[in-house]
Design a protein around this ligand. Structure first.
Ligand SMILES: [Zn+2]
Length: 602
């Protein structure tokens, strides 16, 4: 419904009726000098053929993922070096020539060319294969030469296993773009979302903006500008009502067909946050606002009304970066905005109530309490989010369905031993606080690793006033425990605390442990989860179910109504809370299509 045509030279129908040799011939050049991939993908073609282009892409990626190591390395080595000898000698395949041209590699300055030659040589020495990068990039229209050189330099430091996988994923991206070209497919909806995300990222807080970094903390100038921009875009999309509420949430409503009648059916609520962590990515949170916006824009363009209204919320605060409270935006909707938060001051002493008033918001608890939604008027809450992890990447899957948002517990602790001379204190007479915590860390790793879907992390570790020649007398640490169910989290918690007590008893040291946060697990609503699953199936993609290790706005809405989330794969190993966070336009297109499929089936 969204794809523009570019004079296709290949169609799914052709591939679905072709015999094996014809099939392989039709896909010639999609994977560089590697016809075995198309040949094995042919064996994965079902009686009805590939259901979609996405299904074909996934089949080919699966063939490569399941191939032997030497076959994978052969595929990587079938690719030319970037701006290498083959490019200079004009000995590349037509596809590679096109890609290297589009990235401007044929117009390198002498310095850039020399730098690329050095990187090629260093990379080959380190890994034994050429550096592979989909130079047409996540938007499909070409990375800049500087982006290419920066990525090259960064990946030179990777672990060989990770780098091999990253090369293969880039090869799949190259194949995806080549297939799009052959099929005449342009991911228009995905491009729209990608472009919104890029454009919204121009608003960033002082101290970060100057360095090209993205930081949008609660109610800063950049934050308010981002909200105004979101509201403008929502109006352009064709939302019927758009506004900014008393906590800074941007709210857009697209009415259902029965709007204005007495028996208006309940609305669907969706959205995610637009604030960011410091030096964060462009898609965390924001993707979950843009995807439903793109759907409404599409519905409006088609002149289509659904039975149910859709309410899309850009939540103003989720990350807890400026004030001690997190989920300020979604808390208000479920009546959990703590009045005491208004008296909190940030690191600069700015009190939340005053900040709100300076931003033109009422800054009163009454106005905030009025935002609470009546669950009876809503079908439920759904949220799209980037995965923020490596799982979908490893499975070559663009989308995953969330089964539960992990419950979590956080502690800060300190072990106290005895600081004594590192030279004169015999090994059997020591009360080493850091060694005790080290033992705890290894236990957390072992205990959490023994159970699926449970994770434990000691992320902060400090020996206050430590010296090279003094046995640590104190060791401070943090503890973060998460699990898909509260029962699994609590079992982990009990074991970890018991082990800490045992370690300290045995080593003759003492400890304190302060719980700083507790969050209940939020299992997805079965009916909404299955709607996401059905939507993903309509795209011809396999359904992959997974827990969410991170907290999301859906966790808050869970306290008021049924909820379920859809994850989209992130590029660069799924890295998030980092400027390297990235998504492709094609994955985003599928995400919007899945959302639309869910909407029209409601
Ligand atoms: Zn987020």
């Amino acid at each position: 419904m969204s794809t523009a045509s570019l004079a296709p030279s290949l169609s799914l129908d052709q591939l679905n009726v072709a015999d094996e040799d014809a099939f392989v011939a039709l896909l010639d050049g999609i994977y560089e000098h590697s016809p075995w991939i198309a040949r094995r993908a042919f064996a994965l073609r079902s009686a009805g053929g590939f259901a979609s282009l996405a299904a074909l892409k996934h089949a080919m990626a699966t063939v490569v993922r399941e191939a032997a190591l030497d076959e994978q390395l052969g595929l990587i080595r079938a690719h030319p070096e970037l701006a290498g000898k083959a490019m200079v000698a004009k000995a590349l395949t037509a596809e590679s020539t096109n890609e290297q041209n589009k990235a401007g590699l044929t117009n390198c300055t002498p310095d850039e060319f020399a730098r690329l030659q050095q990187l090629n040589a260093d990379y080959n020495t380190r890994f034994g294969w050429p550096f592979i990068l989909a130079v047409r990039g996540p938007r499909g229209d070409g990375l800049s030469r500087q982006q290419i050189i920066d990525t090259f330099a960064r990946r030179l430091n990777g672990h060989p296993d990770i780098e091999r996988a990253e090369c293969l994923r880039n090869i799949h991206r190259i194949a995806e773009i080549r297939l799009n070209d052959k099929f005449g497919v342009v991911p228009t909806l995905g491009n729209q979302v990608w472009d919104w995300a890029e454009s919204l990222a121009r608003f960033s807080d002082p101290g970060f903006a100057e360095n090209g970094q993205l930081t949008v903390l609660y109610l800063t100038k950049a934050h308010r500008a981002a909200a105004a921009q979101l509201a403008d875009w929502m109006r352009e999309c064709g939302f019927d009502e758009v506004g900014i509420d008393a906590v800074g949430n941007v709210v857009g409503v697209y009415h259902g067909e029965a709007h204005g009648q007495t028996e208006e059916p309940p609305r669907l609520l969706t959205g995610s946050h637009y604030d960011t962590v410091r030096n964060g990515g462009k898609y965390d949170g924001r993707l979950g606002i843009f995807v439903p916006m793109a759907c409404v824009r599409e519905l409006k363009r088609q002149g289509r009304r659904l039975k149910h209204g859709i309410e899309v919320i850009g939540f103003s605060e989720e990350e807890g970066q400026r004030y001690k409270a997190t989920f300020l935006g979604s808390s208000a909707l479920v009546g959990r905005f703590d009045p005491a938060w208004l008296d909190q001051a940030d690191a600069d002493g700015v009190v939340l109530r005053d900040l709100m008033r300076d931003a033109g918001l009422p800054g009163t608890i009454e106005a905030i309490q009025a935002l609470q939604r009546d669950p009876a008027r809503y079908l439920g809450f759904i949220e799209v989010h980037i995965e923020q992890g490596p799982v979908l990447n490893e499975l070559d899957l663009p989308l995953g369905i969330v089964t539960s948002i992990n419950g979590s517990l956080r502690y800060v602790g300190e072990v106290r031993g005895l600081a004594s001379h590192a030279g004169t204190t015999p090994m059997n007479r020591r009360r080493d606080a850091a060694a005790a915590v080290a033992e705890l860390i290894l236990y957390v790793e072992e205990r959490a690793g023994a159970v699926p879907e449970v994770v434990g992390t000691v992320g902060q570790l400090q020996v206050p006033n430590g010296s090279i020649n003094v046995i640590p007398g104190r060791c401070r640490f943090s503890l973060d425990l998460r699990a898909t169910t509260d029962a699994a989290r609590d079992a982990l918690d009990a074991d970890v605390r018991a082990r800490l007590a045992e370690i300290c008893e045995r080593r003759g040291v003492s400890f304190t442990l302060e719980r700083t946060e507790v969050a209940a697990a939020a299992p997805s609503d079965a009916a909404w989860q299955s709607r996401w699953e059905a939507a993903v199936e309509t795209l011809g993609l396999p359904v992959h179910r997974m827990p969410s290790g991170a907290g999301h706005d859906a966790m808050k809405l869970h306290q008021a109504m049924p909820q379920a989330m859809l994850f989209q794969r992130g590029l660069n190993l799924g890295i998030s809370h980092n400027p390297l966070e990235a998504i492709s336009n094609d994955d985003t297109e599928l995400c919007v299509q899945a959302f639309l499929a869910l909407l029209v089936r409601l």
